[in-house]
Design a protein around this ligand. Sequence first.
Ligand code: MN
Length: 173
Amino acid sequence: MKKDALKKYKTKRDFTKTSEPNGTVKKTKPKKEPMFVIQRHDARNLHYDLRLEDGGVLKSWALPKGPPKTTKERHLAIETEDHPIAYGSFEGTIPKGEYGAGTVEIWDSGTFENIKYHDDKLVPFSTCMKEGTIEVHLDGKRLKGNYALIRFKGELKQWIMIKMKKKRAIKEA
Ligand code: MN
């Protein structure tokens, strides 16, 4: 994990007021499968937060409409700051006046598999983040299937999330 990976997360929050994880990193044994979580966040605007574990943090996106249910939907996903791994099990109320004030509930969680291949070689997840093309198989309780996140060209934080028809093959957005 990069040294300052959670700097943004920490500066946005007052941990004397919110019960959210404070971003202290505990050394844990590396697991085989990285985790994913989708939290229902009833804040000023109800949205869902998708988080995918990579490099010791949870890469995060806010989904104003939640994850797509069919392969025809293209749902906006706004990249947000990296969250600590411990956030993956956080549920609770963020007090009024604090960043993200409202309630957080786990809507789905499980593990995911990176399924982004290029010329039959698996593309490392960190490269997918950098290139703005992510393909994952989500193995959750509600969501089981292949999803892609594709960053809009020329945008830093705006992505779309789509449900993929089949494994691997996907057209560029
Ligand atoms: Mn949120």
